[in-house]
Write a new protein. Structure first.
Length: 243
């Protein structure tokens, strides 16, 4: 939890916020900062998953009224130094090489998995490969080959298709950025049968309820309690009358 007394809070009422892409990937996230001099294109250091990583600034500092949800908003640790920038450049080259080599190995080993993201840890020699798969994947040989090539610890992390969409971002049929990529921090299961609807009772027109991840859209959580998976009957148009 973030202390309100930190420098990000100005006069106890407003918070300095910048738009940052974590590892320059996915959607721009609002991030608290104590450095009001950050400019578009600057690199910043962030704390993420018990490690440090980097982000790239895509919108300059704005001062917004403080609201309770900002307590869990990610915060920048500092603006990247010249040494940090050199480290970021090395990591980006390593990640790109790791991605290409991993894809080659997956094809040669015939592994039924989809590589989503590759990233390197700042504080330890670790390469993490996130992927999606329908079932269990035996990637022991893949890890051995990767460790032999890069000489560091290799972590394979399986994520869901919903998490994949949240990491990579996109635009849904509503024309807005995906909820999971823009503001959701907790992926709760969407239960279409919560109101007693028989399981498996779907109609052919229910595809509009499915998101780009292939699962029920997260926005269904914000509908009224008695929502239904079937389309509502359209209301008759009001015909103008002449007087």
């Amino acid at each position: 939890m973030i202390d309100q007394d930190q420098d990000e809070v100005v006069d106890g009422q407003t918070v300095a916020v910048v738009g940052v892409k974590v590892r320059d990937t996915g959607e721009v996230k609002k991030t608290r900062t104590s450095d009001h001099t950050l400019r578009i294109g600057d690199y910043v250091i962030l704390a993420l998953d018990n490690d440090q990583t980097y982000g790239k600034v895509y919108s300059e500092a704005q001062f917004l009224p403080f609201t309770p949800p900002m307590r869990v908003m990610r915060s920048t640790l500092r603006k990247a130094t010249e040494e940090d920038t050199r480290t970021i450049e090395r990591h980006e080259k390593l990640v790109e090489e790791g991605r290409e080599y991993c894809l080659e190995l997956m094809a040669s080993l015939g592994l039924d998995m989809k590589l989503v993201e590759v990233y390197s840890a700042f504080q330890r020699r670790t390469l993490t490969f996130t992927y999606t798969a329908e079932g269990r994947v035996d990637f022991r040989q893949l890890v051995k080959d990767l460790a032999r090539r890069f000489g560091c610890r290799i972590e394979m992390r399986q994520i869901s298709s919903r998490e994949e969409a949240g990491r990579l971002s996109g635009v849904d049929t509503c024309g807005l950025v995906l909820c999971c990529a823009s503001f959701l921090t907790d992926f709760k299961p969407i239960n279409p049968n919560k109101n007693g609807r028989p399981e498996g009772q779907w109609s052919g027109g229910d595809s509009h309820r499915i998101g780009v991840c292939g699962r029920l859209k997260c926005c269904l959580m914000f509908e009224e309690d008695n929502w239904s998976l079937t389309r509502r009957q359209s209301q008759p148009l009001i015909q103008p009358s002449r007087r």
